[in-house]
Structures are given as C-alpha cells and as structure tokens.
Design a protein. Structure first.
Length: 230
C-alpha cells in the first residue's frame, strides 16, 4: 500500500522525510487521493513528522483520522444561526467537539472516499468547514479516529491558538493523572479511552483527553436511550 503526503505549500524538510520513508509527496491544492493512505496538510500548518508512521498505521483500521481542534469550543459556538440549525438536523446535538481538518488522514476506501466527497460538497458556499466536517461524519459514518490536539501543532502554537479564542480551554488540576497510560513513540503516551481503544497525547494531557472521550461516550449513550424510548 502506498502512503501519500499532500501539502498545500512547499515544506523545506518534506523531501528528506519523503526519502526516508518513501512517501508519495505532492504539493497541490487538489483533494485527489494519490495514495492508498493520504495525509492532507493545510498551508501554514506544520506536518506532525514524527507521528506520520503512526498516523498512516491507523488507516489500517480506520477510514478517516483528524485531531480535535479545541477542547473548549463546541459546534454550538461557531457558524451562523441558519447553519447551526441545519447542522443540528444532521448531528442532532450541537454539544460536540470540533475537528481540525488541517491535518486529515484519509484511506482510499469506499467510505473514506465518500466522506471526502461529502465534506467537500458540504463546504460549498459560505458554510463553516468544521460544521461541514461534522455533518459529513454523520451522513457517511466512516470509521473515524479522533486524534488528540498534540497532532495538530506544538505546545506554543496551541497556546497561541487558545489565546485567540473567546472560549477558555478547560483545565484540570495537575495532580490528576490518567490510569491505563503507557509510553508511546515520540515522547507521547498512549491512553486507554475504552476496552482495547487507545489514543496518544503529550504527558500531562492524559486526564483532559480521557475526560473529553468520556463526555462524548455519555452523550452517545443519552442519544441511544432517547431513540430507544421512542
């Protein structure tokens, strides 16, 4: 299987990494899938070089993978009223976290291709791409892997991003640490978010990441109970 990296602008170190791992390297605005597994990296966004092998490995099982965007911002907090209403009709509950399409892994599977086509179609006009992303996930239902924010940018970049947001990022006491975590590649730790389900994050982010996935699981459980009640 071929792994491809699609950049929107030239990256000085890209060729060195391409030679090291044998990626297909493309600099283009296209959303074509040049490989069996493709990573799209937005302009002005640093590729997570040391995590690429792990990211492509996730696509052995998943159709799509992308990092969480901001822990403190939900779908109900962005976009215009009409688009939020339209999104709510698709995803039911706007109290959902948003994803960073700036780092987007897509497998050239039927559902991977359908998700990409659906998301791009949902992005037409003046729509918010992050709300469009959620709608596409719910319309297509690909096997989707939510990655921690540490895949999106380094710590300094994330702090700068949060400073621009009017919604503060929730913080947990430093003494709270995640059970069931173990070392991972690149100085990260692997965190168990469910039986046999792991994600990676930076040391110290374990509790926050597990809290996020626990909240998502509780919301899914609430929706299932609501559906069963009817």
């Amino acid at each position: 299987m071929t792994n491809a990296l699609v950049l929107r602008q030239a990256e000085p170190t890209a060729q060195a990494w391409q030679k090291r791992f044998g990626y297909t390297l493309v600099v283009s605005p296209s959303w074509d899938l040049p490989g069996d597994k493709t990573l799209f990296v937005a302009s002005k966004c640093a590729p997570p070089w040391r995590l690429l092998e792990a990211g492509f490995g996730l696509l052995d099982r998943w159709d799509v993978a992308a990092p969480l965007w901001r822990y403190g911002l939900l779908a109900k907090d962005i976009g215009g009223p009409s688009e939020r209403e339209r999104t709510a009709k698709v995803i039911r509950d706007l109290r959902q976290l948003l994803y960073a399409h700036e780092i987007l892994f897509v497998k050239a599977s039927p559902d991977g291709r359908r998700f990409l086509e659906t998301w791009l179609a949902e992005c037409q006009g003046t729509t918010d791409p992050r709300l469009a992303f959620l709608r596409a996930l719910h319309l297509v239902k690909p096997l989707f892997c939510a990655l921690p924010r540490s895949w999106l940018a380094d710590e300094a970049q994330r702090a700068q991003q949060d400073a621009k947001s009017s919604v503060p990022t929730p913080s947990l006491p430093p003494e709270i640490r995640m059970p069931h975590s173990r070392p991972a590649l690149g100085g990260l730790v692997k965190v168990e978010i469910g039986p046999g389900r792991f994600v990676t994050c930076r040391p110290g982010e374990e509790a926050q990441v597990k809290a996020v996935f626990k909240e998502q699981a509780m919301r899914r459980g609430d929706r299932r109970r609501l559906v069963n009640a009817h």
